[in-house]
Design a protein around this ligand. Structure first.
Ligand SMILES: [Zn+2]
Length: 153
């Protein structure tokens, strides 16, 4: 099930077009390979960092940011804003499903930082690294560490 969380303010985010944040647990679980909701707890994953960004094929919207749980996503403003800016960066720096591209990720982090969300980005990367290490995902750990170094540098 898909439900609209909010429509982004195009002036605030300097975007052309209509971008909506939607909540879709099933879609997020599928893309991230989570067969059951309990896996999040087992693996110590904060679902706020499991977001998707894709072009809409519906007339009313241009892009969707898909989140696992909208109220949880909004709980920390710094994290929320950092993720929104990062995802918007992917309009210019696309990364395809199941692909990891450290250069694009760093560009997108840079957009969030430039717009005042360094602290949020720091928190997001901390959560991502936590997830990568509990999943024992070496490439994700490496990429996240590289992003952290960029953030600090
Ligand atoms: Zn990204």
């Amino acid at each position: 099930m898909k439900c609209i969380g909010e429509l982004l303010d195009s002036e605030k985010y300097y975007v052309n077009g209509r971008i909506a944040i939607i909540e879709n647990k099933e879609a997020v679980m599928k893309v991230f390979g989570l067969k059951q909701e309990q896996w999040l707890k087992v693996w110590n994953i904060d679902p706020r960092i499991l977001t998707l960004f894709y072009k809409s094929y519906e007339a009313e919207f241009d892009w969707f940011i898909v989140v696992y749980d909208y109220p949880a996503f909004c709980a920390d403003q710094e994290i929320k804003e950092a993720i929104i800016w990062h995802e918007l960066g992917h309009i210019e720096y696309p990364v395809y499903e199941q692909e990891l591209n450290v250069d694009s990720e760093i560009q997108c982090d840079g957009l969030a930082i430039k717009n005042g969300h360094k602290e949020g980005m720091r928190k997001v990367l901390e959560l991502t690294l936590k997830m990568a290490s509990s999943l024992n995902h070496e490439i994700l750990s490496q990429i996240t560490t590289e992003r952290q170094m960029k953030l600090l540098g």
